[in-house]
Ligand binder design. Structure first.
Ligand code: SF4
Length: 348
């Protein structure tokens, strides 16, 4: 079990629910735009939002942004420790910062003391593009180099007595990312923020993230996740939520399973599935619904579902708890399923 840190009211590690993170792409000094994007991310299901704090103006904007939002916020700071301190004084809940990049130990102490005073954790985040030269020469841009680099930054914090740390080791290659996190997981008990860096845009980025993060999560590795995609960060949150559902981490939703259809299917299964998915998307209890194209394989395949249908030409078999309970007209499939969902939601 990993250590646990608190980012505002969100816990990371120590058996806490795996949280979803994303990052704004507005100019942080533009308070209006940044607040609007943070709220959009929160509505999409984001638990923790990071923003760049790259200027004095951005560090000063933190106060207003914190006051106008409810989700815990993280300041992403590079090189300038004074910006990290200012962000903490202005109410930021977490810092992403690599202490090896600020030189003197006294500056690390200043950050560490401030973080302790405000109970702010620090994420040490190494990417394949930011590995130190000596480690690159020793190991190349490998998973081993990523892990050594991260642990080197972490040891600088440990030297000044700071342990409220989260670590990430992201590569743009899913394979290297998985290898690095597996190694890191064995090397320390700090909670891990997992992600693929520079994964890309749309489908390419989604597949890379899902391959790497899905693989890690199914091995029990990862305490908080970020899907990095070029474009609107809300998409990152949508993908992350679906990923947590697909790997069984989030069970509080309606899982609509459906067959691929074949020549035996005599009804418009695709549109029926789409409609059921759309109309049940806001239900937050664990429910499994099977929508199968025929009775031949449908009932058996859907045996472990709460309820569903096995389709026929004009009528379909409705089943509950794996048993056929009656036959219904195909035009009533969606309404019958929704009625069952409603009853189950009411009964918890
Ligand atoms: S459930 Fe029936 S329709 Fe669907 S793929 Fe299987 S055999 Fe074909």
């Amino acid at each position: 079990m990993k250590r646990q840190v608190s980012v505002g009211d969100i816990l990371i590690g120590g058996g806490a629910k795996i949280s979803i993170q994303s990052m704004t792409n507005t100019d942080t000094a533009n308070v209006e735009k940044t607040v609007a994007q943070i709220k959009e991310l929160e509505r999409a299901g984001c638990d923790i939002v990071r923003m760049t704090v790259n200027t004095i103006q951005a560090s000063e904007a933190v106060r207003q942004i914190v006051d106008r939002t409810t989700v815990p916020l993280v300041a992403d700071v590079h090189f300038d420790y004074k910006l990290a301190i200012k962000a903490m004084e202005n109410g930021i809940a977490k810092i992403r910062f690599n202490p090896g990049n600020i030189g003197e130990e006294k500056n690390v102490r200043l950050i560490s003391d401030c973080a302790k005073a405000h109970n702010v954790p620090i994420r040490v985040g190494v990417n394949s593009g930011s590995i130190e030269k000596d480690l690159q020469e020793k190991y190349g841009r490998t998973a081993k180099a990523l892990v050594e680099s991260a642990l080197r930054h972490v040891s600088i914090l440990e030297k000044v007595g700071f342990y409220n740390t989260v670590i990430s080791v992201k590569a743009s290659s899913p394979q290297k990312t998985v290898e690095a996190y597996r190694l890191l997981d064995k090397s320390c008990d700090y909670p891990l923020h997992i992600g693929v860096t520079e994964a890309g845009q749309d489908d390419e980025g989604i597949y890379k993230s899902v391959a790497a993060l899905g693989s890690l999560l199914m091995d029990g590795i990862g305490d908080t996740i970020r899907v990095s995609l070029t474009g609107d960060p809300v998409q990152e949150v949508v993908v992350a939520r679906k990923l947590l559902r697909a790997v069984g981490v989030d069970k509080n939703f309606v899982d609509v399973i459906s067959c691929p259809t074949c020549g035996r299917c005599a009804l418009d299964l695709s549109n029926i599935v789409r409609e059921i998915k759309d109309k049940t998307k806001d239900i937050r209890i664990p429910l499994k619904i099977a929508v199968m194209g025929c009775v031949v394989n449908g009932i058996g395949e859907a045996g472990d579902c709460d309820f569903g249908i096995a389709g026929g030409k004009d009528k379909s078999a409705l089943f509950v708890g794996g048993q056929v309970v009656r036959t219904i007209d195909n035009v009533d499939i969606v309404s019958e399923i929704l009625k069952l969902c409603g009853e189950r939601t009411k009964n918890g």
